[in-house]
Design a protein around this ligand. Structure first.
Ligand SMILES: Cc1cc2nc3c(=O)[nH]c(=O)nc-3n(C[C@H](O)[C@H](O)[C@H](O)COP(=O)(O)OP(=O)(O)OC[C@H]3O[C@@H](n4cnc5c(N)ncnc54)[C@H](O)[C@@H]3O)c2cc1C
Length: 305
């Protein structure tokens, strides 16, 4: 309910303006968003790199329908890949197809993704295609599979455990030998497409995680959920799966102690580092996931600082 409300508010222009201008909500947002510029975000993530974590940089933005803006986003991603190589930092990138104009057409977004993948391949880097709302799932997978045939392990995908279809998609990606990030899913989905109850989503995540740990290619287990992380730790130990065969992924600014604990224990951990000035929808999704964050934000909107 809370999640759905926050996701609806994420579409409101009035709330967008109010939240993005308010100093205290901006401060709160910048606990989850590394900065507005690339260099600020890399500077803010230095301590993560120094403590042995790797990064995936995400230039924030989605649902771009202006072709010039989508092209600009692709150019910016190419610059990010150049900068990562120049600085020699351990970072990949994560890209949303709707930022590259998926709402314009599949071919348009795919062509821009090819430009980014050529650059990534040139630098020996890796591009993860984020997964968005269920209206885009099949189109995103179709584009991904066609690119995976050309670019192989330079490109990976995300699957969301809350969707009923994901059980089947996990088998597909395993069969194709494609790299997957598994997450629970962050969008408001109807019961016709996704499990409405958290227990069912968690159970699906565990099943799919175990399948990917057994037979997937370097799966990424993306969650902040202690219980699931414990299940993963127990499973790999029982099955004798080496820690080098998978990675955990967590978000910038969330559960820092748990992040450090995983690294101390010798697990690979990649931090999802979002940055840029289009941070509002990302921020609202994070608010909806945790009531304590939301109450803090609402107090500051009602009593602006
Ligand atoms: C690296 C990464 C990449 C992702 N990529 C995608 C993607 O491409 N597509 C997509 O749909 N979703 C993506 N997600 C988001 C994901 O689907 C979930 O919405 C999000 O991770 C919250 O679920 P959870 O697994 O942490 O479990 P939850 O059950 O939601 O949370 C477990 C615990 O984690 C902590 N926690 C969770 N969220 C927050 C928060 N916002 N603030 C503070 N504490 C919190 C709390 O302690 C909570 O009890 C990604 C998540 C990660 C970590």
């Amino acid at each position: 309910m809370l999640r759905k409300t926050m996701l609806t508010l994420a579409d409101s222009e009035f709330v967008t303006r109010t939240v993005t201008k308010n100093r205290l909500t901006r401060d709160l947002a910048f606990r989850f968003v590394a900065g507005e510029s690339l260099d600020d975000s890399i500077a803010a993530s230095r301590n993560l790199l120094e403590s042995g974590m790797t990064l995936t940089l995400d230039l924030l933005g989605e649902h771009v329908t202006d072709p010039a803006l989508a092209q600009k986003a692709a150019d910016e991603y190419c610059t990010i890949l150049d900068r990562i190589a120049e600085l020699g930092i351990a970072s990949t990138i994560s890209v949303k197809l709707t930022m590259l104009g998926l709402d314009i057409s599949d071919d348009f977004a795919r062509d821009l993704m090819i430009r980014i993948l050529d650059k990534a391949q040139f630098h020996g880097n890796f591009v993860r295609i984020d997964m968005e709302g269920s209206a885009y799932t099949q189109r995103t997978l179709d584009i991904f599979y066609s690119l995976h045939e050309i670019y192989g392990d330079t490109v990976g995908i995300v699957l969301q455990s809350y969707l009923y279809r994901t059980e089947r998609d996990v088998e597909d990606v395993i069969e194709r030998g494609a790299k997957v990030r598994l997450c629970k899913g962050a969008y408001a989905e109807p019961e016709t497409h996704a499990y409405p109850r958290k227990e069912d989503v968690d159970a699906a995540f565990r099943r799919q995680m175990e399948r990917l740990l057994d037979d997937g290619i370097y799966p990424a287990i993306a969650t902040q959920d202690d219980a699931i992380i414990d299940v993963a730790r127990g499973y790999v130990m029982r099955m004798g799966i080496d820690k080098s065969r998978f990675e955990f992924q967590m978000m910038y600014g969330i559960r820092r102690e748990l992040q450090e604990e995983l690294v101390r224990e010798g697990y690979n951990l990649r931090i999802y580092v979002p940055f840029g000035d289009m941070w509002y929808p990302y921020f609202m999704r994070r608010m909806g996931e945790r009531p304590a964050n939301l109450l803090f934000a609402l107090r500051n909107i009602v009593q602006p600082g």
